[in-house]
Design a binder for this molecule. Structure first.
Ligand code: SF4
Length: 105
């Protein structure tokens, strides 16, 4: 969470390479805030090296999205409580994954 105003919670990323993961991260933050009685919309700012490539995405935590988010949270909790570690995917996307070091180093 990088910034919060009366209307938005803003998350800033260096690129939009994995916009879907960034979107769900932001939506999770909105859910946590909502659970504390703080209602905000989400703003995702992708700040590229070339400023002309900067992009801003807007998200809102609807009931439908919150239900979908809940399924992801449950899946993650199951994964964490699992006795066995999932196999490494060995896909091109692994090189850009935030968990690369955990899987390969
Ligand atoms: S590097 Fe990321 S995408 Fe690849 S296996 Fe590990 S967690 Fe999955």
């Amino acid at each position: 969470m990088d910034k919060i105003t009366k209307e938005y919670l803003t998350e800033v990323k260096k690129s939009d390479a994995d916009i879907n993961a960034s979107k769900w991260q932001l939506l999770f933050y909105l859910k946590v805030l909502k659970s504390k009685g703080i209602i905000r919309k989400g703003k995702l700012e992708c700040v590229e090296k070339k400023k002309s490539d900067n992009k801003i995405y807007y998200f809102e935590l609807t009931d439908e999205i919150e239900q979908e988010l809940e399924t992801y949270i449950n899946d993650i909790e199951k994964l964490i409580s699992n006795e066995t570690i999932p196999d490494v995917l060995n896909k091109p996307k692994c090189k850009k994954c935030a968990y690369y070091e955990y899987c390969y180093i």
